[in-house]
Design a protein around this ligand. Sequence first.
Ligand code: IPM
Ligand code: MN
Length: 354
Amino acid sequence: MHLKIALLAGDGIGPEVIEQAVKVSKAVAKKYNHNIEWTHALMGASAINSVGHPYPKETHEICLKSDAVLFGAIGDPKFDNDPSAKIRPEQGLLEMRKKLGLFANVRPTFTFPSLLDKSPLKRERIEGTDLIFLRELTGGIYFGDRGRKDNGNTAFDTCTYSRNEIKRLAIKGFEIAMKRSKKLCCVDKANVLESSRLWRETVQDLEKSYPKVDVSYEFVDAVAMRLVQWPNSYDVLITENLFGDILTDEASVISGSMGLMPSASLGLKNALYEPIHGSFPEAAGLGIANPLGTILSAAMMFEMSFNMKKEGEEIRNAVNWSLKEGKVTQDLTEKGSKGLSTSEVGDYLAGLIK
Ligand code: IPM
Ligand code: MN
């Protein structure tokens, strides 16, 4: 099959981890006789530096024409520390999500048997954790009205959701739940927020169409707590944009390293795959970044965008093997031992697949 993939390396460690995902994808493509056409495009701070915009028009065109987008990371401290900066890398990411209509952000959290003792949580608490967050990605407070009043002394951000926005996300959640353990948790703050009450109402209406799915409704503060107490008591969780942002960072450390978790952002026509970690600017260029989150994002891409289950499985098996054999970057080695470089991990995995 001929696959067109847009490559947005982005900032910080983005280019290094993307390079490894490309190596691994090429190895899989070769083995299964696929032909991949890669197109690089600018994104984030690096795009601001070269063309003055974090999500240039050309990048958008390239994404629209691709079968999938593989993305590294975004962000640069130069902008974080300047609250008056008019153009920020993150605006590019939000613009891309909105313009490509990527409303459903799939963020799994799972543990690797060989890494159970790397987690900050006790082994017996996390064993068997395998959950999926479905985060709404193009609405809510991220995209609502915001501004200043009273001569700049009061600021506001508004959270707005329509029934349709909630419904399309929730339907995806029910569909994923049907393929798994048929357990769905709707995360909200319906004891306080009107938008959350509409979430609850909408999900309750949908329950009738999915009688086999067991739905629970939980407040976001309680979920934040139970997530670190009994993460393996959850399966599929659906939630709005900001709650999902926060909870998925919290959940990501359960596996032992934030560098491990992949994600998919799905729209009606387009899809983007990226690790959930940030641009880790302190590590850029040092060859110490863990590429596994990006490589596992490529696995999700094969499975979800191209419906190539074997190819995805091939990548996952290689990753599991590398973890078991200790062929890992420094963040996952025993204290004092050096570990492989970012690029050596990529080479090792590509070699295994071959
Ligand atoms: C994420 C990131 C982004 C978000 C930032 C970079 C805008 O934290 O993908 O979770 O808040 O959505
Ligand atoms: Mn985030």
